[in-house]
Each structure stands twice: as C-alpha cells, then as structure tokens.
Design a protein around this ligand. Structure first.
Ligand code: TXA
Ligand code: MG
Length: 329
C-alpha cells in the first residue's frame, strides 16, 4: 500500500506497464486497474476477483479525446460526455475500428464501456500510465464494492500487486451506465442520478428488457447478476420493525419497533440525505456483516436521486441464494 505521491504514482505506472494489478481510488468506488490492451493483465483481474469471464470491464481514460480512440460516439454520447465527464458516468458504445482494449476485457462484445473518472488520483495514474486502464471495482466478485483502501486490502490482499491509498471515496456507489444505442438506455443506475441525465438529454432513458437484469448469459448488461453486492448475512428490506438478533441499517430520523434490542445499528444518514447515504452504503454493509447477526434489516430508503442506485444495490444484496459460503475466520 502506497500514498498517491510522486513515488507512489511512479510505482503504479511501472507496475501497470509490467502487466501488474493496481487498486486505486475513483470518486465512486476503488477500482482494480490493469493495462486494457494486455490480455494477460486482464486475465489476472478476472483471476484475482474470481470473476466470471463473461462479465466485461470498464475502460478508464483521462479525457474525451482518449475515449474517442476506443469508442464510436453518436450525438447523444458526445453530449453526455461533454456534460458529465469527468464524473460518475460510464458510456457503452460500439468499439472504434482500432480499439486498443483487449477482447477479453470486453468479453468478446462489439461494444466497449468507457468512463473518465474525476478523482485526482485516478486522473494522475491515467496520466502517468498514458494508456486506457480497465478497472472493475476492487472487490472479490459478488462481494460489496470497496469505498476505502482497507476494504480493498481485506478482499484482495495477496492477490494483487499494489494499492494506492487515496482515503475514503466521495460518491460511494458505482458509476451510472448508459448504453448509447439508437435510444440511450439506463443499464445500471449509479452515482449520476437518472434525472440529471434525462434533464440534459431532454427525454427519458430507455429501460433494458426486464429479463436482462437477472440473466447473466445476456450480454446487454451482463454485470447485472441478480445476487451481486452481497454480504454473507441475509438482508431484509423495507424493515418497519426489528426481530431479535437482527442488525439494523437505518435511514433518516424515524425509529422502528424493537430497535433498542438491535444486535447493532448504523444509520446511513440520520438527516435522511441519499447522497450522504450512498457514501456509507458499502462500508456499513461490511460492518454489519461482521457482526454476524441473524439478518441485516434495512429501513425503507426513498428512490429519488442516488436513492435509485442505493435501492438497486440493496435489492441485489437481498436476493436469496441457494447456498452461502462458510464464513472465513
Ligand atoms: O464506478 C465504477 O464504474 C467502478 C469504478 C472502479 O470505475 N467500476 C465498476 O466496474 O463498477 P465493474 O466491473 O464492477 O462493473 C462494470 C459493469 C458491469 O456491470 C459490466 O457488465 C458492465 O459494466 N459492462 C462493461 N462493459 C459492458 C458492455 N460492453 N456492455 C454492457 N455492459 C458492460
Ligand atoms: Mg463491481
């Protein structure tokens, strides 16, 4: 683990150039970066994360010009990029003719997901390396996304080469993904609220077909596995009362029946602010998971603004799985 100073950034660039894996902060969550053009480096990402190889990665670049070298921008895509980059927005576009991103990173699709992160440390690493980086969230596949360097270390220590510690992230949920097809489509709600995008475009975003989100073999938004972002503890949504031995993930100033007997309580935002709640979501899920309560009960959270992304992640965390891996000691 290194600081994002001169020596740290030089070590990161050298490691990436040698095909290594470097975790670094973005404004949304920590990413696990690798040289996008190197199939061997990309393969190491899948291996380190234990990630299904059909799940494609986001290419990160420093600016719009670098993005135009790997993706074909239509008018909507250009307008979105000019309005919201750098920032928590990923665009899915047809690959450019000489797209440098390895086929393994796009899972063989003829589209590529591109993002220009706003975080100064992500920008500094992209500038030092000088080429596109693929960077999924720096967690074990299916686990909660990391919002601090310590989260990365607890999931990936010994499996990756370097972590650049830039402190806790600002946004806390992953980027919003928009497919720039004939009509722009919301593939994943995220750190940029839908309403901001729709206001800029002057029309509503299309919805992906209902079955795509839960069928991992459909490549339209293949990251939308039903049971993503999952703690080990069972998650119960829209809790209005608490049963014995449940932990409470609270929101706002109200209380629920039985709260005094909670195994643990963390409040995403006592003042009921969804932006603040997003910054705490993944770290609080991790903390409550560690308490080994019977259930993590989650109070209702409004769906406006970043609430759409928060509720999307919580629904995935709450999907019943037919097995639970035994906890590690
Ligand atoms: O905020 C973020 O986006 C973070 C930071 C590190 O940048 N990254 C991130 O990456 O969340 P990841 O790998 O955890 O999620 C990438 C998502 C997946 O759902 C994947 O299926 C989708 O992007 N994706 C990538 N390429 C795609 C494509 N060509 N078509 C459709 N979906 C794509
Ligand atoms: Mg992820």
């Amino acid at each position: 683990m290194l600081s994002p100073d001169g020596p740290g950034l030089r070590a990161a660039a050298a490691c990436l150039a040698a095909g290594g894996l470097v975790a670094f902060p973005t404004e949304t969550v920590y990413g696990l970066g690798a040289d996008a053009a190197s199939p061997a480096a990309v393969a190491r990402i899948y291996q380190a994360k234990g990630r299904p190889a059909f799940n494609p990665l986001i290419a990160h670049v420093g600016n719009l010009a670098a993005a135009q070298a790997i993706g074909r921008f239509n008018d909507d895509a250009t307008r979105l990029a000019e309005a919201f980059w750098p920032g928590p927005l990923t665009l899915v576009l047809p690959k450019a003719a000489r797209c440098a991103v390895a086929d393994l990173a796009t899972a063989g699709l003829d589209t590529v997901a591109i993002r220009v992160p706003a975080h100064p440390v992500a920008q500094a690493i992209l500038a030092a390396f000088g080429q596109p980086l693929v960077a999924p969230s720096a967690n074990l596949s299916g686990h909660v996304s990391p919002t601090s360097a310590a989260h990365v270390q607890s999931d990936l220590s010994g499996r990756i080469d370097l972590i650049i510690d830039g402190g806790p992230v600002a946004v806390g949920v992953e980027s919003t993904i928009v497919g720039c097809f004939d009509r722009p489509m919301l593939l994943r709600p995220g750190g940029l609220p839908r309403a901001d995008i729709e206001a800029m475009l002057g029309r509503a975003l299309a919805q992906p077909p209902a079955d795509v989100a839960v069928d991992s073999s459909q490549p339209l938004a293949p990251g939308m596995l039903a049971s993503h972002y999952a703690p080990r503890t069972r998650v119960r949504l829209n809790a209005t009362s608490l049963e014995p031995n449940e932990a409470l993930l609270a929101f706002g100033g109200a209380s629920v029946r039985g709260q005094e007997a909670a195994a643990a309580t963390l409040n995403l935002s006592p003042r009921g602010d969804v932006v603040e709640a997003a910054t705490h979501l993944f770290s609080y899920l991790r903390e409550l998971d560690a308490r080994r309560a019977k259930t993590i009960a989650v109070m209702p959270i409004p769906s406006e603004g970043l609430g759409e992304a928060i509720n999307d992640r919580l629904r995935r965390a709450a999907v019943e799985r037919d097995f639970r891996k035994p906890r590690e000691q």
